[in-house]
Design a protein around this ligand. Structure first.
Ligand SMILES: Cc1cc2nc3c(=O)[nH]c(=O)nc-3n(C[C@H](O)[C@H](O)[C@H](O)COP(=O)(O)OP(=O)(O)OC[C@H]3O[C@@H](n4cnc5c(N)ncnc54)[C@H](O)[C@@H]3O)c2cc1C
Length: 478
């Protein structure tokens, strides 16, 4: 393959759809020998770590490389760092932090968190949960260290005191760790797309970028994020999500996964699915909050309820995918509006429909069963029991006389499947053996939680923690 061969995103997707992702990638994102790489290379950079991807995983690794006195080059194909990490809500789940101790939630442990998170009907399991244990312990250190160094967190809340929310969300988190990586000496190269892993005698020894620069290093860390923004890969691995809206950064195209597979890497849980939540159909504004934070109801486009509104946001999103046209409405009345502040932002944004009697609203949104649904719901609320779906919170009738609706639909934003790694962040081959010289962290890897039978919560710590573990492991093994 020529290292200077380029494809637009459109042709990348088009080809993939017809020829299959793996076959297509074989000619474009792939592996080559050192000799081939040297022949193709226009110039060569020698370093200690090549880190591919400048989100939380890549930057976490770069910080640790600098702390241990190693040189590193971070390759980021976009014009700015951040990837999905910068888009994220900035919530880091960690059990047993100093912030928890200081705010009255002391005594928490990794064991307690794992017990709480274990799914009874999980498709995968791994007794001992080695990856999750490493990740949660690392998440505690991540929160404690970043906070000690000046990163702000909003106060913890009773409903989930393990959810540490960075002040300023993912954008602030990325800006903070970028600064730290730069201060630690990382060389960051933007608009630099890695295209091939260089493999010599079974060992990964470098990376070739799209412009023909060869980066040679004893350790390569893939931190390229997930594949949610690659329609061909979504179609191939999780086709049931193919026509669902996407919230993911432009760079989340699965390239690290493809490159590593071309070098012999194994993958896990590729067909396990995507994480979902409700967004506004009009504006893509996050709509996961209203159903679980106020007494309105969620209906499909016919006007029928289909789940307990206080279900986990991902459960709600996945049920939403099964509804006609996989969309629906959150319906509330003027009493709910008056009592709960969160709706005023949606009014200001201009995405609230209605302000009308129920029949009129039902007609406006084309949901014929809505009046009967509300009447039945109000009857159940008179007894305080949701006999249909078992909703347990915000049990109150919707009595109008003025009603409103928000148009909602699920989006996908996190790929569960990805590279197979061990607790030292080594990328494993298809037989489960580490590929020498190759490490990975973050969303390019399969979710530690999903593959070990727990509920997914941790994208940011999976990046930062395993990025740092990768540097430590490579340093120890050198
Ligand atoms: C809307 C949203 C909200 C979220 N909220 C949370 C949350 O609150 N808490 C949480 O834990 N997780 C959250 N997540 C998930 C989490 O953000 C991601 O799992 C995590 O940020 C992934 O980090 P990463 O470093 O692996 O990848 P990314 O942050 O996506 O970074 C990967 C980088 O690699 C670059 N790249 C890709 N291919 C190449 C290539 N070939 N060459 C060079 N560069 C390349 C990309 O451009 C990108 O910048 C959220 C995700 C989204 C989309």
């Amino acid at each position: 393959m020529s290292s200077t061969m380029h494809l637009t995103r459109r042709s990348f997707v088009g080809l993939a759809a017809t020829a299959g992702v793996a076959a297509m990638a074989g000619g474009l994102l792939s592996a080559c020998t050192q000799q081939e790489a040297e022949r193709a290379a226009k110039n060569v950079v020698e370093t200690d770590f090549v880190i591919v991807g400048g989100g939380i995983g890549g930057l976490g690794a770069a910080i640790r490389a600098g702390e241990t006195g190693k040189r590193c080059v971070v390759l980021e194909k976009e014009a700015a760092l951040g990837g999905d990490s910068a888009l994220s809500s900035g919530t880091i789940h960690a059990p047993g932090t100093k912030l928890q101790d200081a705010q009255g939630y002391g005594g928490d442990t990794v064991d307690a968190y794992i017990d709480y998170m274990r799914l009874p009907d999980a498709r995968y399991e791994h007794p001992g949960e080695p990856l999750c244990r490493a990740m949660y312990a690392g998440a505690v250190a991540m929160v404690d260290d970043l906070n000690a160094q000046g990163l702000g967190f909003v106060p913890l809340e009773d409903w989930d005191p393990r959810a540490h929310n960075v002040e300023g969300a993912g954008g602030a988190l990325v800006a903070f760790v970028k600064q730290q990586a730069v201060e630690a000496g990382a060389e960051i190269r933007l608009k630099t797309k890695a295209e091939q892993l260089v493999v010599e005698d079974g060992r990964v020894v470098g990376v070739l970028d799209a412009a023909g620069t060869l980066y040679r290093a004893p350790a390569v860390i893939l931190a390229t994020g997930g594949f949610t923004n690659n329609p061909a890969m979504v179609q191939q691995y999780v086709p049931e999500y193919a026509d669902v809206r996407v919230i993911s950064s432009a760079g989340a195209e699965g390239e690290g996964l493809v490159m590593a597979q071309e070098a012999g890497a194994g993958a896990v849980a590729l067909d396990a699915g995507e994480h979902t939540y409700f967004v506004s159909t009009e504006s893509m504004t996050d709509m996961s909050l209203p159903p679980s934070s106020a007494p309105g109801i969620v209906v499909n486009i016919e006007g029928d309820r289909f789940h307990a509104e206080d279900a986990h946001y991902d459960t709600a999103g996945k049920l939403g995918m099964k509804q006609p046209e996989h969309r629906g409405y959150y319906v509330f009345d003027e009493g709910v509006r008056a009592e709960y502040d969160l709706f005023e932002d949606y009014f200001a944004e201009g995405i609230v429909i209605g302000g009308a009697p129920l029949d009129e609203l039902a007609e406006t949104i084309g949901a014929p069963n809505l009046p009967a649904t509300v009447a039945h719901y109000n009857e159940m609320m008179a007894t305080g029991v949701d006999e249909d779906f078992g909703r347990e919170t915000f049990l109150a009738p919707l009595e109008g006389p003025t009603y409103y609706a928000l148009s909602i639909e699920p989006c996908i934003y996190y790929s569960y499947g990805g590279l197979d790694i061990d607790e030292c962040a080594h990328v494993l081959d298809e037989s489960g053996a580490p590929i020498p010289g190759l490490f990975a962290c973050g969303e390019v890897c399969a979710s530690s939680e999903v593959r070990e039978g727990l509920l997914y919560t941790s994208g940011l710590s999976q990046g930062y923690v395993f990025g740092q573990i990768a540097v430590d492991a490579a340093t120890e093994e050198a």
